[in-house]
Design a protein around this ligand. Structure first.
Ligand SMILES: Nc1nc2c(c(=O)[nH]1)N[C@H]1C(S)=C(S)[C@@H](COP(=O)(O)OP(=O)(O)OC[C@H]3O[C@@H](n4cnc5c(N)ncnc54)[C@H](O)[C@@H]3O)O[C@H]1N2
Ligand code: MOO
Length: 390
């Protein structure tokens, strides 16, 4: 069995961005830029007032100086004459500072009598003028290697960019397998249960910016499974759930190989998640996740999401590992890297007593995976341990 780290490296080797498309700015948030953007104008495009007040010549601003108010510059409506000696232009925040003026006196610092103002307070340190191009200049490039944030969209709009070239959203086909499964809302037979983790994985894909194509539940027979695989045609990633272990009905690996799976690995030293499989299936990356709901969701988090990130145009990156203080003693670990469902509050982490990989109530309570290396020694309350946010 290979290590978690080696398995993830092999998964990354299977992945590359899935394509590019041009989208309007309104659809850009959450996407990854495929082409650097070049600002189409300076910002501010003119020197602009930072305050409501009066634009004057700084050299005229002696103590108690008076000025004639000769015009107005408002946002969207500039004043296009030159401000002369002893003159002031009424100005508002964001308005162009007229030629000749090199200071804005805030209105709180003057008294006004008709068209005459008089300085009543000492001048502040700044001129209250934002220099033209002080934020960014035409020709500046913007190429973040992350999903575009709402802040980025603000910047792009200000750069006068109406559309951007981004990487396509990967499409992930999700195949739940097993004769025991029925859909939520259906009436299960006496030996049946409800398909659950396929819904969790679809939600995970969508929260990470992918498109989930949830296929019909595949039965435990090769013909039925082959048919459902055929419905995954065109997807960038095919994720199967269950049928991955060694039982008589665990046929996913066999059928996928008949269909051309070029396997990168099968079985990893991880708990939960031992029977994970990965490879290339035609144009798609295939991940075969274990069926136990916790195993499927944990391997989804640690393998499917990083793979999806690379397909989306992001760099290959392991889930971040943070540290917290253990609230209780835990016994030594076995040969597999263990990701224990745990509750993090503040800087303290409490692993749940029951770690069976079928327990969905505990899965739902968990917000962290306490990460333990193979053969980790017993740990005491108060020790610092690693975890992955979940
Ligand atoms: N003799 C051995 N048996 C098992 C081994 C082993 O090494 N030797 N490994 C165990 C481990 S670890 C895991 S994990 C499971 C994984 O088995 P499969 O991937 O083949 O999964 P299934 O047998 O199909 O299902 C396991 C369990 O999960 C339920 N399930 C499946 N799909 C779903 C779904 N979409 N939603 C909800 N629940 C699902 C299924 O009914 C089973 O209860 O194998 C161990 N066995
Ligand atoms: O490896 Mo299994 O996923 O422990 O339940």
């Amino acid at each position: 069995m290979i290590s978690v780290e080696e398995a993830l490296a092999r998964v990354f080797d299977l992945c590359a961005p899935v394509g590019r498309e041009t989208v309007p700015l309104r659809a850009a948030a959450g996407r990854v830029l495929a082409t650097a953007v070049t600002a189409r104008r300076d910002q501010p495009p003119f020197s602009a007032s930072a305050m409501d007040g009066y634009a004057v010549r700084d050299a005229d601003c002696g103590e108690g100086a008076s000025f004639d108010v000769v015009g107005t510059s408002a946002a969207g409506h500039g004043y296009f004459d030159t401000v002369g000696a002893g003159e002031a232009v009424r100005i508002f925040t964001g308005a162009p500072v007229p030629a000749g003026a090199d200071r804005v006196i805030i209105q709180e610092d003057v008294t006004r009598d008709g068209d005459r103002i008089t300085l009543t307070e000492p001048l502040g340190a700044g001129t209250n003028i934002r220099a033209s191009g002080g934020d960014f200049s035409a020709g500046d490039t913007f190429a973040p290697t992350r999903r575009l944030t709402p802040q980025d969209v603000t910047l792009l709009a200000a750069m006068n960019i109406a559309q951007v070239e981004v990487y396509c959203r990967p499409e992930v086909a999700i195949i739940a397998t097993g004769d025991e499964l029925v859909m939520p809302g259906e009436d299960p037979g006496p030996s049946q249960i409800i398909a659950s983790n396929s819904f969790g994985l679809a939600a995970m894909v969508e929260a990470a910016g992918g498109i989930a194509r949830m296929l019909p539940i595949a039965p435990d027979d090769p013909d039925g499974l082959r048919y459902v695989f055929s419905l995954a045609e065109g997807a960038d990633m095919v994720v199967t759930i269950g049928g991955a272990s060694v039982g008589d009905h665990d046929i996913v690996g066999k059928v996928a190989e008949e269909l051309g799976l070029d396997r990168a690995f099968y079985k990893i030293a991880m708990r939960p998640g031992k029977p994970l499989m990965a490879g290339r299936l035609g144009e798609a990356v295939m991940l075969g996740l274990p069926g136990n709901p916790v195993s499927a969701m944990v391997t989804g988090q640690l393998f499917m999401l990083p793979a999806l990130a690379v397909l989306s145009g992001l760099a290959a990156a392991t889930a971040p590992t943070l540290t917290a203080v253990l609230t209780q003693d835990i016994s030594e670990n076995g040969p597999r890297e263990h990701y224990m469902r745990a509750r993090l509050s503040g800087n303290e982490i409490a692993p749940f007593e029951r770690q069976d990989s079928s327990l969905m109530s505990i899965l739902s309570d968990a917000n962290a995976l306490l990460k333990r290396p193979p053969f980790d020694r017993a740990r005491k309350a108060g020790e610092t341990v690693d975890y992955v946010p979940f």
